[in-house]
Design a protein around this ligand. Sequence first.
Ligand code: NAD
Ligand code: LMR
Length: 323
Amino acid sequence: MKEPLRITVTGAAGQIGYAMLFRIASGEMLGVDQPVILQLLEIPPAMNALEGVVMELQDCAFPLLRGVVSTSRPEEAFSGAEFVLLVGARPRGPGMERKDLLEANGAIFTGQGRAINDYASKNVKVLVVGNPANTNCLIAVNNAKDLRPEQFSSMTILDHNRAIALLAERTGVHITEVQDLAVWGNHSATMFPELLSATIGGTPALELVDFEWYRDKFIPTVQQRGAEIIRARGSSSAASAANAAIQHMRLWSLGTNAVTSMGTVSRGDYDITEGIVYSYPVTCSAGKIEIVKRRTLDEFCIDRLRLTENELLEERDAIKHLL
Ligand code: NAD
Ligand code: LMR
């Protein structure tokens, strides 16, 4: 049996935490031969609720779960962690954009970035889920001075999955037929779900759907899906977000040749400003996120890439005191 790996989840008593922890403990994230120790961080008012979650974890008698730490002290929660899922943050309500959360949530990621830097494994992989995820990730990475930028990523696989599901439904195929789709930029209403390189059963997607549907229905529906769920449920996506976070960490650590979408610190690929956290088409191998190079982009795509980049630059300006 392998040595257990320490996995930190912040906001562990929240909605996403509740939908995520049991699946991690059952082996869905790192594999059914990988024991884990869960290190759960919450704010003091949520510690009682967290104790209830811990009791439920114990009551599952998961063979892979070798320990649970529940704490409100970041240094304890991040100690020795190989994987960190930064979920703990306020969700938006109806009528809000995710960037409206910057003021409430941004500061969380300064202290947590520093604590990860000081207490986590030097090889830690950090996924930011709490919104606005790209810019919170930017804050965390800038406060973890001894770690490498590529150790941090923000979540857009949920948007990627939404785009696949919508395209498969439209064209009447199984989701596994949809390949090479990508979501670019910010996890926000400017994100760009791109179909120029996507295929359906090997045929270019844009030969099977008309451009007007792509531009006027597909893109806005993916961009607004989070808000649509908030309107319907009264609170934001939780199970699908937890699913995406588990998938993100699994692909990042175990690898994938299939193109997916992840936020990563830009090194200037596709002329995107260096240093911002931007979602790109990626594959993963040997524990690394690799941006897909030389993807074909037309003028329509480039305009969209710029629009979402500009929003990220505005967000960066708004929180520059936290970097
Ligand atoms: P929630 O309110 O149910 O849970 C959030 C939890 O975080 C709460 O239990 C709260 O006590 C805790 N928390 C707050 N500040 C904390 C801190 N400093 N340290 C540790 N814990 C802290 O919210 P949720 O539905 O679980 O959503 C969590 C975040 O994830 C929100 O910001 C939401 O917008 C975001 N989200 C992102 C995506 C994505 O695709 N990136 C998808 C869904 C939700
Ligand atoms: C989502 O996309 O479902 C999340 O980012 C939650 C939200 O605020 O929309």
